[in-house]
Design a protein around this ligand. Sequence first.
Ligand code: ADP
Length: 157
Amino acid sequence: MTRIAVFPGSFDPITIGHVSIINRAVSLFDELVIAIGLNAEKKSFFPVEARLKWIENTFKSNPKIKVVQYEGLTVDLCKKLNSKYILRGLRTSADFEFERSIGQVNKKLFPDIETIFFLSLPEHNSLNSSIVRDVVRHGGDARSFVPKEVDLTVSRI
Ligand code: ADP
């Protein structure tokens, strides 16, 4: 049986915190699909095409890692991809509370699914995409928070 994991998120933009989770998780699976969720009600900062390309370029040397964009329920994407594992990262107790509800709802919607959590590295506890966006918005240098494939100067939405 092929083990396929889906790592859903906004990745607006991908950070070194995400990269760490992906690199640590990939050996557990035959395929890891990074899934950029599109939310009609939540406007993104960077265009989805750029976010997708940055992730593809970051992991281009690993054929097990794929990138897709999707709309709708994560569990529907998992069914479509034949994946029984959702991957998520945990930084704080707030993350845990939030992730527990999503994970439990996903399990109700699709009983075959298991959510697998990776603890962030301590040095990534305070890192999130929204901090990167704030630094960029105010003209700061956020390059140390993202993989080198991310071009923070691309025009934003
Ligand atoms: P979402 O909008 O779904 O929260 P994100 O792109 O912000 O999407 O995050 C996707 C996943 O990556 C989430 O599980 C989140 O907890 C995890 N994550 C985000 N930043 C980090 C980090 N610095 N270290 C570890 N995991 C992280």
